[in-house]
Design a protein around this ligand. Sequence first.
Ligand code: ATP
Length: 221
Amino acid sequence: MAKDLCLFGGTFDPVHYGHLIIARAVAEAKGFSRVTLVPANNPPHKPPTRAPAADRLEMLKLAVEGDGLFEVCDLELHRQGPSYTLNTLQALRDKPAGARMHWLIGADSLAELPHWHRVEEVLDLARLLIAARPMEGRSAEDALASLAGKLPERHLRALRDAIVPTPLIDISSSDIRRRVHQGRSIRYLVPEPVARYIAERGLYRDADPPPENPGERPCPR
Ligand code: ATP
């Protein structure tokens, strides 16, 4: 698996230990020597990010500095329009030649999967890997079961083998933003250099705007 790609996309607004712990667990379980973190510019299924792309990128670099497992790929940050996974996979295909692409998501992201831009092509290009995430008592298998009828059976079959046993880490970027806004500690939730960067740049001091349609969020955290 040495040359296979394990790509991990997200808004990383900010990156936190949940991201890093599950990515490392997946790399160990699947034998990846490298995990590529891909920050999104304009996430199609989420509200606009709170921190500018340059800050989210810098925080990612600070978070993984000195850890040879991770690399950060800023490809999506140079693309205008929605950050579709399909475009990213097309750009990274065959780099290096013959490498198989894997795309890591948390189990909560499964709810949006049928709405991904040209999702069947995404699933043909890359193998999805699914990490468990606390979701109000629902398991990754439950989240997968609710996709029945929403994706072709051959993709659903592949997804059943895509769940990787990872620790359940109840950390989210939205909780971190809320804590910073409330003046509470984010120690042990993000790497120390990231906490320092957030404080120095005054990120997340303003409250998150309320969601336009709170009912839309499938797994509130
Ligand atoms: P927010 O709280 O703003 O929605 P987030 O914590 O989900 O953010 P993202 O950067 O949007 O962070 O997540 C990128 C990917 O990482 C998604 O597929 C998400 O499911 C996954 N992920 C994030 N945090 C965890 C976690 N604690 N456990 C498992 N997966 C996670």
